[in-house]
Design a protein around this ligand. Structure first.
Ligand code: HXC
Length: 524
């Protein structure tokens, strides 16, 4: 910073000097770095903030901060901001805090001052009870600052955990995010990535090559497609930054500012009593025939708008935010169009995380059930389906938000219980009339229960067929569950939307009684 040699003698001279200082924040040499950033297909940090916030609302703090590190030539390179822009602005009128790495400055690397700026804005977000968004585009720990840089990351992780379930935390990866730095996004509620722009990995391609001999590109190792579709580390995937930041704004509009508030309610023209007659044709009666559950959800929710989370990972379950009569709900639904909607390791993990997130932020849960069971097989058993399936069970059992279950066609065995059944605490449960709720399918059940009788019968196949029919008649319909109080009603599918809206309205004032304890010990 260049200031006049003498301290200004009056306020006007002081203001003029302030303007001169501000002009040095984006010096000419950053113009070249901005060009390089654009050449990489990336926006600059200031362009990103313009897209993120309502026009003219961003207020920067510690813009004039500079590091005081020495050695490795750092004493001669002390740019303003220290490579991270921090502050707050408004999104759809609501206050949101941000820190955004500036790759143009020291590669957006994190040193002591840079980290302290992030800590400060995270503390402010917590104090103000407002969401925090990180726009990540940096080279990781600033190598020249050694262990102080690592300690800076520790301070971020600690705050991520402290703020978890208190204020929404959103990570937007818009450049490299390497090494331990990746653990901050992993600790936050939502991760956004952009194809060709974002990369996340614990060790980069060079290390992979030297350790395993494998040749792999940055994008193949930790690009947006990999994390949104294979690892599950990112919930949202985009082709460009503009689209991505528009959806970050949309997500914020669906979340409360903190755990003591409710998500924003909007007025809707979509009638609460709109009938869903099209569902009668959309969903085939044959429980083995596939259909697209997304189309069912779009028919039910306000204006057909579903904001899907993890849309390209574990596609056999759908998780997403939508509105019913203007109120935000979290929808969890089996997807018969993908792996027959079976529950497996990834779908259990995906839904467990989503249920937990909704519960933390007072978003009621609507569970649409059409599930054949858990996926059998060695890979699933050896991969830990027991503990991963238990995550979903735990998340539902622990959730204290209003919970409404709607069983469309079938719900078998453990998967019936896990998908927010009455026995694990759903507040209201409904089913469509052609529904099969049972321990297992009729054929499997007859083969187990009547095995000896079938084997000893003069015509085993006829006996088997008779027993299957008997089992179907006695047990495989929703009235068996309704008689036993496991369903609150069997409904006409055309009344699905209105039933859900009325149920959620009744539950709006739900108060939960949680036993005193330090915290639970969920399966991991
Ligand atoms: C300081 C760094 C830096 C770093 C890059 N730069 N990495 N400065 N510390 N870690 C500087 C470069 O010297 C260069 O400065 C500028 O940033 C841009 O870097 P380039 O290499 O020219 O850019 P590019 O070719 O786009 O490559 C970007 C990159 C690469 C993929 C990020 O720079 C890279 O691999 N850097 C090392 C990443 C790394 O190993 N970080 C530590 C991860 S471990 P000039 O002056 O030329 O502009 C970690 C631990 C966290 O973060 C622990 C938490 C517990």
């Amino acid at each position: 910073m260049t200031v006049t040699e003498e301290a200004p003698r009056d306020l006007r001279a002081g203001v003029a000097e302030l303007h001169a200082v501000r002009e040095q924040v984006e010096p000419g040499l950053l113009a070249k770095a901005s060009q390089a950033q654009h050449a990489r297909g990336k926006l600059t940090v200031r362009e990103r903030l313009d897209l993120l916030f309502d026009e003219g609302t961003f207020r920067e703090v510690e813009q004039l901060r500079r590091h005081r590190a020495t050695g490795f030539g750092l004493e001669d390179r002390r740019p303003h901001t220290d490579g991270v822009v921090t502050g707050w602005g408004r999104i759809h009128g609501r206050r949101v805090f941000v820190y955004a790495h500036d790759f143009r400055i020291l590669g957006g690397s994190l040193g002591e001052a840079h980290a302290e700026k992030i800590h400060k804005v995270m503390d402010l977000a917590e104090a103000a009870g407002a969401p925090i968004i990180s726009l990540s585009d940096g080279a990781g720990a600033r190598i020249q600052e050694g262990v102080t840089a690592l300690a800076g990351y520790g301070g971020i992780f600690r705050r991520n955990v402290r703020c978890s379930g208190v204020i929404p935390q959103i990570s937007v990866i818009l450049g490299p995010c390497a090494g331990g730095a990746t653990y901050s996004p992993a600790l936050t509620d939502f991760v956004f990535m952009v194809r060709g722009v974002s990369q996340m990995y614990i060790t980069g391609p060079d290390v992979v090559r030297s350790v395993t001999g494998e040749d792999i590109t940055h994008e193949q190792l930790g690009g947006a497609d990999v994390h949104a579709s294979v690892s599950g580390a990112a919930q949202f995937l985009y082709d460009d930054e503009v689209e991505c930041l528009a959806d970050v704004r949309h997500l914020v509009s669906l979340l409360p500012s903190n755990n003591r508030e409710l998500p924003p309610v909007v007025a809707t023209d979509d009638p609460a009593d709109r009938e869903n007659g099209t569902l009668l044709d959309l969903v085939p009666a044959d429980p083995n025939r596939a259909y697209d559950m997304r189309a069912v959800i779009e028919e039910i929710v306000d204006d057909g708008e579903l904001f899907e989370v993890h849309a390209t990972w574990a596609t056999n379950i759908i998780c997403g935010l939508a509105r019913l009569d203007g109120h935000v709900v979290g929808i969890v639904a089996n997807q018969p169009a993908s792996l027959a909607g079976v529950l497996d390791i990834h779908s259990s993990e995906k839904a467990a995380r989503f249920v937990q997130t909704c519960d933390a932020f007072s978003i009621p849960l609507v569970t649409l059930v059409d599930v054949p069971g858990f996926l059998p097989g060695r890979d699933q058993e050896h991969g830990g389906i027991i503990r991963h399936g238990a995550k979903l069970l735990y998340a539902y059992c622990a959730a204290t938000v209003p919970r409404v279950q709607m069983i469309l066609r079938k719900a078998y065995g453990g998967a019936y219980i896990v998908m927010d059944s009455r026995s694990i605490g759903s507040d209201l449960s409904y089913a469509w009339p052609i529904n099969e709720i049972a321990v297992m399918g009729a054929e499997g059940a007859a083969n187990v229960v009547f095995r000896r009788e079938i084997a000893a019968a003069p015509d085993p196949e006829e006996t088997r067929a008779q027993r299957i029919k008997e089992y179907q008649r006695e047990l495989m319909h929703p009235y068996y569950a309704a008689e036993r109080g496991l369903l609150d009603d069997v409904i006409d599918p055309a009344r699905t939307r209105s039933t859900l809206i009325e149920a959620l309205a009744v539950l709006r004032a739900k108060r939960a009684d949680i036993p005193a304890r330090k915290h639970g010990n969920p399966p991991t």
